[in-house]
Ligand binder design. Structure first.
Ligand code: DGL
Length: 257
């Protein structure tokens, strides 16, 4: 395997840019191919077989580009497909799952809130992790209704979006949750709205992106696959959607005005 081969990052849409940002920040000399499906987003309300097929098509696309490791920067796709991907492709996969553990270990109120898509909350991965901690802390969960669409359409700062965020988040805060796990990679883009909903309350939002970037670094080091180029690697963005979508991803990533 060529150590200067790119890292592949995949999401149903633009949410995985929250992970791309941290991987690029931590490992600037790595090249990255970011694939946003875009055409079939959102995945969160689709049935598992469809999510698995879409994820597999994306992975095949990234494999054709010769990537050395793939980050499934989508909690939903990870929940459904990561096990079968690991069995079928000869490279390492890094998946995303709701960060229940750091929330459970740091809560002071004893109640934590998990925000994720419906498919993630219904998946075995989340249920198994939640079961590990449910005798120690109270775990509340809610699907972020309309969150993914708001981020995809660049409506993060609109008053309607604030109300959507309030509708999913407020009931869990009112129940005393002091840790909110961002269990979908689109949700960090709504952090400002979430902080407004939380107001003066002592609430911490947990975004696993930095930990994911460190995991990528660790795996590349272990497998002797860290790029050895001097200078910044190339970041390429690709999509199954159209050119307008591609332009909007590049804008969100801050590589195009
Ligand atoms: N960004 C994705 C996640 O982390 C999926 C959002 C969606 O397509 O519903 O779950």
């Amino acid at each position: 395997m060529d150590r200067n081969a790119p890292i592949g990052i995949f999401d149903s849409g633009m949410g995985g840019l929250s992970v791309w940002r941290e991987v690029h920040r931590l490992l600037p000399n790595e090249s990255i191919v970011y694939l946003a499906d875009g055409k079939n987003c959102p995945y969160g309300d689709k049935d598992p077989a469809e999510i698995e097929a879409l994820t597999d098509a994306a992975v095949q696309q990234l494999m054709r580009r010769g990537v050395k490791l793939i980050v499934i920067a989508c909690n939903t796709a990870t929940a459904v497909a990561i096990d079968s991907l690991r069995g079928r492709y000869p490279i390492e996969f890094v998946g995303l799952e709701p960060a229940v553990k750091p929330a459970a270990l740091s809560t002071r109120s004893g109640t934590i809130a998990i925000l994720a898509t419906r498919a993630s909350l219904e998946g075995g991965l989340f249920k198994a992790t939640a079961a590990k901690y449910s005798d120690k802390v109270r775990i509340l969960s809610a699907a972020g209704e309309g969150f993914v669409e708001a981020v995809e359409q660049g409506r993060e700062s609109e008053p309607e979006t604030l109300e959507l965020v309030r509708a999913s988040l407020e009931p869990m805060l009112a129940e005393g949750a002091d840790r909110v796990v961002l269990g979908c990679t689109h949700y960090p883009f709504l952090l400002e709205a979430m902080q407004r909903v939380a107001g003066e309350r002592d609430v911490e939002f947990i975004d696993p992106s930095q930990a994911v970037a460190r995991r990528v670094e660790w795996l590349l080091e272990r497998d002797n696959l860290r790029a050895d180029r001097v200078g910044v690697g190339e970041c390429e963005f690709v999509t199954f959607a159209d050119d307008d979508y591609l332009r909007r991803i590049r804008q969100k990533a801050g590589v195009e005005r």
